[in-house]
Design a protein around this ligand. Structure first.
Ligand code: HEC
Ligand code: HEC
Ligand code: HEC
Length: 284
C-alpha cells in the first residue's frame, strides 16, 4: 500500500510539473506549402530557385561575421547591404509568406554592421535571425515533403505469390496480412499453417528489395530493413516451425527482429513523409 501511494504521489508531482509546460507548448502544424512556391522548384523551374535564394542570404549573413573576424569592415558592410537586398527580394517570392519577413530588422542589421560595434551587430543579427528561424521551424518539413521526398504512388510491385501488380500501399497491406498469418497461426499452435504463411510472407518481403532502386542509386541501402539480418531471422523462424519441438521463445525473438529491424525501422525512415503526402492528397 505504502509503495502504491508513493508511486501515486510521485506521479501527481510529475503531472503538476508537466501541466504548465503543456499549456505553453506550441503545436507544429505541417501545412501544404502555398502553390506560389511551385514555380521556384523543378519541374516548373530548371533549378531550385528558392534554395538558391536561401544560400545567397545565408552566405551574406555568414559573410558579415567572417569579415568581422578578419577586421575587413569594408567587405563586412558590403555583405550586410547585400543581405538586406536579398532578404527584400526573398520576401516578394511567396506572397502567402510575406509576414515572416521583417524588412526593418534587415535594414537595422545592415546599419549595425556599419557601427563596427560587435554588441550592436550581435543584437541586430539575433533579431533578423529569428525571422529566418520561425519560417524554417514552421515550413521546412512541409517543403521537404512536397519538393524533395519521392512519392511511392508511382511504384508498382508484382506480388510474387499472386503474380498481380499492386500499388505500394496495397502491397504493404498484403505483406502485413501475411505476417499476421504467421504469428496468429503460431500462437494457436497450428505450425503447419504458420509454415505455409511464412513461405508466402518471406517471398513478399524479399520482393521489396526490387523497389529500392526506384529511389536509391546505391545498392548498399539493401543492407538495411531487407538485409541479411532479416533473412536470417526468417530462416530461424522456419527452423523452429519444422522442428519436432519448436522453441517458442526463439520463434518470437525472431518475429521481433523482423518487426523491429525490418518493418518498424523502414517505416521510421520512409513512412513519415508518405503519411503527410497522403493527408495532403485527401479531398476535404
Ligand atoms: C518565409 C520563409 C523563410 C524565411 C523567412 C527564411 N527561410 Fe531559409 N528556408 C526556407 C525553407 C522553406 C527552406 C527549405 C528549402 C528546401 O529544402 O527546399 C529554407 C532553407 C534554408 C537553408 C538551407 C538550404 C539548403 O540547401 O537546404 C538556408 C541556409 C536558409 N534557409 C537560410 C535562411 C536565412 C539566412 C534566412 C534569413 C535571413 C532565411 N533562410 C529565411 C524558408 C525560409
Ligand atoms: C519512394 C522512394 C524510396 C524508396 C522506394 C526507398 N527509399 Fe530509402 N530513402 C528514400 C529517401 C528519399 C531517403 C532519404 C535520403 C536519401 O535520399 O538517401 C531514404 C533513406 C534511406 C536510408 C537511410 C540512409 C540513406 O541512404 O540515406 C536507408 C538505409 C534506406 N533508405 C533504405 C531503403 C531500402 C532498403 C529500400 C528498399 C527496400 C528503400 N530505401 C526504398 C526514398 C526511398
Ligand atoms: C522498405 C521499407 C518498408 C518495409 C521493410 C516495410 N514497410 Fe510498410 N510501408 C512502407 C511505406 C513507405 C509505407 C507507406 C505507403 C503509402 O503511403 O502508400 C508503408 C505502409 C505500410 C502500411 C499501411 C498501408 C496502407 O496503405 O494503409 C502497413 C500496414 C505496413 N506498411 C505494414 C508493414 C509490415 C507489417 C512490414 C513488415 C513485415 C512492413 N510494412 C515493412 C515501407 C516499408
Amino acid at each position: 500500500m505504502k509503495g502504491y501511494l508513493k508511486v501515486l504521489f510521485i506521479t501527481l508531482i510529475m503531472l503538476s510539473m508537466l501541466m504548465p509546460l503543456q499549456a505553453k507548448a506550441k503545436d507544429v502544424v505541417i501545412k501544404k506549402p502555398p502553390e506560389s512556391l511551385d514555380k521556384f522548384y523543378p519541374p516548373l523551374s530548371k533549378k531550385p530557385e528558392f534554395i538558391i535564394q536561401m544560400h545567397k542570404m545565408s552566405t551574406n549573413f555568414g559573410g558579415v561575421f567572417v569579415n568581422m573576424g578578419e577586421k575587413d569592415w569594408e567587405n563586412a558592410v558590403k555583405r550586410g547591404e547585400q543581405l538586406e537586398e536579398e532578404y527584400k527580394k526573398t520576401s516578394k517570392m511567396v506572397p502567402e509568406w510575406k509576414d515572416y519577413f521583417n524588412l526593418e530588422a534587415a535594414a537595422s542589421f545592415a546599419k549595425a554592421v556599419k557601427t563596427r560595434d560587435p554588441k550592436q551587430i550581435g543584437k541586430a543579427s539575433q533579431e533578423l535571425g529569428k525571422t529566418c528561424g520561425s519560417c524554417h521551424a514552421e515550413n521546412s518539413i512541409a517543403v521537404w515533403t512536397r519538393y524533395h521526398w519521392p512519392s511511392v504512388k508511382s511504384i508498382k510491385i508484382v506480388d510474387p505469390v499472386s503474380e498481380k501488380e499492386l500499388e505500394y500501399g496495397k502491397y504493404m497491406k498484403g505483406l502485413s496480412g501475411a505476417f499476421k498469418g504467421v504469428t496468429v497461426n503460431f500462437g494457436e499452435n497450428q505450425y503447419d499453417r504458420a509454415g505455409k504463411a511464412l513461405n508466402a510472407f518471406q517471398k513478399k518481403y524479399i520482393e521489396l528489395r526490387s523497389t529500392c532502386s526506384k529511389c536509391h542509386t546505391n545498392d548498399n541501402v539493401k543492407q538495411f530493413f531487407v538485409g541479411d539480418n532479416i533473412t536470417a531471422a526468417m530462416s530461424n523462424m522456419k527452423k523452429e516451425l519444422t522442428s519436432a519441438k519448436p522453441n517458442i521463445g526463439n520463434f518470437w525473438k525472431n518475429v521481433g527482429i523482423v518487426g523491429k529491424q525490418g518493418c518498424k525501422m523502414c517505416h521510421l525512415t520512409h513512412r513519415a513523409y508518405s503519411i503527410i503526402q497522403g493527408v495532403w492528397e485527401q479531398k476535404k
